[in-house]
Structure formats: C-alpha cells, structure tokens
Design a protein around this ligand. Structure first.
Ligand code: C5P
Length: 229
C-alpha cells in the first residue's frame, strides 16, 4: 500500500459527506474522489446504452471501460462531468439516476470493476475519498476514517433543498421513502454494505451545522495526522 495519506468520508446520502469531504480536500489541497459519481455514471451510461440494470456482466464490462473526465477549477464546487465527452453533470444527480446507481452498486462484479479506478485517484500529496465503502474496502489503510450520519428525515430535507437549488422539484414524502429504500439496499447488500469501518469516527450531523462538523474534523486531523497541517 502507498504512503500517500488518505482520509475516508463514508455515510448515507444526505449526511453531508459531499460538502464536508470537498471542504477537507480544498483545505488540505488534496485530491478528491466522488465515488458515488462513478456508480451514477455507470447507471446512466448503461441506461443510455440499453444495458439492463440486472445484467451484471454487461454492467461490469461497461464500468471497466467507462470514459469519464472530471473537469474542475474549484475543488469546493462539483466539477463538470463528461461521459463520452458529453456533459452529464446534471443528469447523474437526479433521483432516478441515484436509485439506478444503488441497484448497479449492489452487484459485486460492478464494484470489482470500479475498484482499481477508485484507487487510481490516490495521488500525492493526499486524497479525500467520499463514498459508502471507502474506509472498509477501497482504502482500508486510510489514516483517518470518518463516518457521517443523520436521521432519515433530516437527510431527506437536505436532499430536497439541494435538488430544489438545482431546479429539480421532488415531493418531500417521496424523497423520505426513496432515502429509506436506498439506505435499506445499501446497508443490506452482501458486497461492501454501508457500515462504519473499524476505527471510524462516527459523527451524527442531524443537529450540527457544517462549521461545527468541520471544527470536529479539523480537531481529528490535528490529533491523528499532526504532520498534515
Ligand atoms: O453518494 P451518491 O448518492 O452519489 O451515491 C449513489 C449510489 O451509489 C449510492 O446510493 C450507493 O448505492 C452507491 N455507492 C456505493 N458505494 C460508494 C459510493 C456510492 O455503493 N462508494
């Protein structure tokens, strides 16, 4: 395993891990891996290519050959995402795509197909990896593992606000149901289920603002990775 430091940030959708992990990467000037985007890209690309979401070998082949580029000037913002040179930044963020991604992500061959690609993001001076199994499977030797969580209602509210800001209008009750279904699928799958890694620090963000979470994360970085800052 490499000596390059990794911080993993795992948790369910709406736990704040996207915002928090991007801020950490920006602050440390490290690389950033949005692993959920890779699963979303596989699902979107497969749907566009007519590959059924249950066709494990077909999806895994597609995942291995995924032609994707993340184009970014500002690490605190979501980058423009090009799939086969087409801008799919907004398309992959829909709830339909998130649900399809969670179905594709339950298939072991798809997870295996994306493993090396995710590890390829590990480059000097360091990596912040955002996902569900970053600390358990993809980067088990990470120096700091964080698991963010929040109540399903709070996460649905945050997701609702986020989608609204992007001009996507979704019913809140439908969102709560979607999130509960996705939690159930992500947490119960046999291959790399969503769960805190051994040694992970669990932070419940239900009643914490971003600044408060960042203060806790910074204290952890100073304590566990004193050579970092
Ligand atoms: O984080 P995001 O909501 O973009 O992820 C979409 C879906 O991809 C998740 O619901 C989950 O099923 C899957 N995923 C995963 N492992 C990861 C990241 C995402 O299974 N490391």
């Amino acid at each position: 395993m490499s000596d390059i430091p990794v911080i993993t940030v795992d948790g369910p959708s709406g736990s704040g891990k996207g915002t928090i992990s991007r801020q950490i990467a920006h602050q440390l000037q490290w690389h950033f891996l949005d692993s959920g985007a890779l699963y979303r890209l596989v699902a979107l690309g497969a749907m566009k290519s007519g590959i059924e979401l249950g066709h494990e070998a077909g999806l895994a082949d597609y995942a291995r050959g995924l032609e994707v580029r993340f184009v970014s000037d500002d690490p605190t913002e979501e980058p423009i995402i090009l799939l086969d040179n087409q801008d799919v930044t907004a398309d992959i963020r829909t709830e339909t795509c998130g649900n399809a991604a969670s179905k594709a992500a339950a298939l072991p061959a798809v997870r295996q197909a994306l493993l090396q690609r995710q590890r390829g993001f590990l480059q000097s001076p360091g990596l912040v990896a955002d996902g569900r199994d970053m600390g358990t499977t993809v980067f088990p030797a990470a120096r700091l593992k964080i698991f963010l969580t929040a109540s399903a209602e709070e996460r649905a509210k945050r997701r609702h606000k986020q989608l609204k800001e992007k001009g996507i209008d979704v019913n809140l009750a439908a969102l709560v149901k979607d999130i509960a279904e996705r939690d159930q699928r992500d947490g119960s799958r046999a291959s790399s289920p969503l769960k805190p890694a051994d040694g992970a620090v669990i932070l419940d963000t239900s009643i914490m603002g971003i600044d408060e979470v960042m203060a806790k994360v910074n204290a952890l970085i100073s304590e566990m990775m004193p050579d970092t800052k």
